[in-house]
Each structure stands twice: as structure tokens, then as C-alpha cells.
Design a protein around this ligand. Sequence first.
Ligand SMILES: Nc1ncnc2c1ncn2[C@@H]1O[C@H](COP(=O)(O)OP(=O)(O)O)[C@@H](O)[C@H]1O
Ligand SMILES: [Mg+2]
Length: 346
Amino acid sequence: MQTEMLSAQDDAAGVAAALPDAAAAALHARVNALRDALQAEIIGQPALVERLLIALLADGHLLVEGAPGLAKTTAIKALAARIEADFHRVQFTPDLLPADLTGTDVLRPATGAFEFEPGPLFHNLVLADEINRAPAKVQSALLEAMAERQVTIGRRSWPLPRLFLVMATQNPIEQEGTFPLPEAQLDRFLLHVPVGYPQADSERDIMRLARRRAQQELAPHAEAARLLTQSDIFAAREQVLSLHMADGLEDYIVQLVLATRDPRPWAPALREKIAWGASPRASIALERCARASAWLAGRDYVLPEDVQSLAPDVLRHRVLLGYEAEAEGLRVDDVVRQLLERVPLP
Ligand SMILES: Nc1ncnc2c1ncn2[C@@H]1O[C@H](COP(=O)(O)OP(=O)(O)O)[C@@H](O)[C@H]1O
Ligand SMILES: [Mg+2]
């Protein structure tokens, strides 16, 4: 944390941190190779792959929503197999306890002393599978750790790894025995990504990939090479933070986020539909994601398109609509789309 903040300041002052051009180009090429490898394995879901990389580059967490069988688990495992990171999957169930995530103090008979036994959160990549199947106190323990980057047991705190990315999955179909996520804490997720069914030609490629694997008796990821080290990831994050963003584009982000709180200047009719607008966490997230998107595209400056393409996934879980909107079937996506159409571009 400390070192990241320091390097961000260095960047702002235009000193140090910058890699020589050749090293920067090589790093970018490695991230592109990672993207290609993921696309080859997660077929027909380019947005999911891009969002995974953006979360990695922007140092954030993902909430992924989609029906079972749409490659959510596959995606995070594929990423874990190709970067220098350890991985853990936690299946959320109604009987899960916060300590099952965080770890807890256990008595060591040999010494008679209590010692902290770290839980599954102490990994670089954590898949929190079906997060809405565990009760609120477990969800909160996860969201708190994500925001604080540490686990507190009693009076002691334990820092989580510097590379720490949670991908939580949620099934949109309301099932019996599910617990709604705490709306007020959802903004701990950088992005809320919907995953839909693949198109026909992707579906055929998925089938063929599964058949090839079965024929060759290849375990998933058996052939994977690690393409990025952790220091690559931290170096890329520094570059993302030092890209050029015009003042006008900063203002645009601010206007978009403000418009979720008071849309009257742009879309007066939305005023009555929004119960809660997005917090400053949304502006921070939108800026970071737009930067990461620009970096992935190989630019050293951010464009309005970067902001616009990420705005729906950044805002989807941060704006709360009122009952009137719900009665009309208006969704946050509709609100964000209207705001993107109406808030003037820089
Ligand atoms: N887009 C896809 N690309 C490649 N394989 C896929 C895709 N969608 C589904 N599959 C295959 O379908 C199965 C289910 O995927 P999984 O990741 O377990 O789904 P989820 O976690 O979303 O329930 C896996 O065997 C996976 O390889
Ligand atoms: Mg799964």
C-alpha cells in the first residue's frame, strides 16, 4: 500500500517510475499475450476477459453476474494459471462463517498459545463463488476485507497480499435460500459485470475446445505458461496511473457521477426514479478503469470512449433506483444509458 502510494506520487510529479520505452513495450506485449491466451480459453466472452484485465490493472475487485455454466469459474482459474499468483475458490453456502474466510486464532497445544491461522482470503486471486448463498455477516466480512485490504481478528490486523483480487459470482436467478447482497457495501466492487449466453458460433467453438481437451486428456490449464510476474503487474499499474488524462475528461467523469445524484440538468424525468446516486468511489473507479482501458488499447492518453465503455459496469451496482422506477421496469442500465447520451462530452 505504502509503496504504491509513493510511486503514484512519483508519477504525478513526472519523475522516476517510468519504464524505458523498450521495457514498457515488452510489458504491454506480455499483457496482450495474456489477453490472447485468455480469449482462446474463454470463448465469445471478450467483455469478461477485458474486465478481468482491467480489474488486475486498476487494482480492483469484480462482481460477476450470470447463469451457471457461463465460464465464470473457468475465467478466473485461467487468469490464475497464467500470472504469478496463487488461487483459492470459496463456495459460499448458508452455513459458512466469517472465520471460514478470514481465518481465526487457533490454540497450538505444543505451546499453549493462540496463533493466527490465515483463512482462504490470504491468496492473490480469490473466487467467492455464489456470494449470495451465504448470510449477510459472511458477505460483510468479505466486503470489509476487500475495502480494508486487511483482516482484523480481535485487536490484531493482518495485511492481505499486495496482489489481491476477488472475483465474486452471483446467480441472477433468485433462488430459495439466497441472501441479497448489502447494497450499501456493494461499491467495494470496482466493476459489476453481467455475463450472457454465447452466440451460436462461439457455442460451437466451446464444444470443440471441450472435445479437443477430452481427446488429448488435457487437464484445463495444463498447457498454460505464466505470462506475467507480480512485479510486471505492479509496473503496469504504475503506468496506468501515469497516463495522460485531460482536465476536460476528468470533468466529464465528475459530471457523469454527479448526474446519478441529481440528473435534473440533463434528464429531469429521472429525478424521481433515483433513490441514491453514486459516491465518490464511483468517480475514482471510473477514472481508474478508463485509464486501464486506455493502457490496454496501447494508448498513453485516455479518451472519452474509455470512460463511456466502462461507465455501465462501474455504475450498475452503485446507483439505487426508487420503487417508482422498479414499478416501471426501469433499470440502472437504462438510467446510465440516458445519462451517457445526454451529459455533454468534453
Ligand atoms: N465461453 C466459454 N468458453 C470456454 N468454455 C466454456 C465457456 N462457457 C462454458 N464453458 C465450459 O462450460 C463449463 C462450465 O463452465 P464454468 O466456468 O464452470 O461455469 P460457471 O462457473 O459460470 O458456472 C466448463 O467446462 C467450461 O469449460
Ligand atoms: Mg462456477
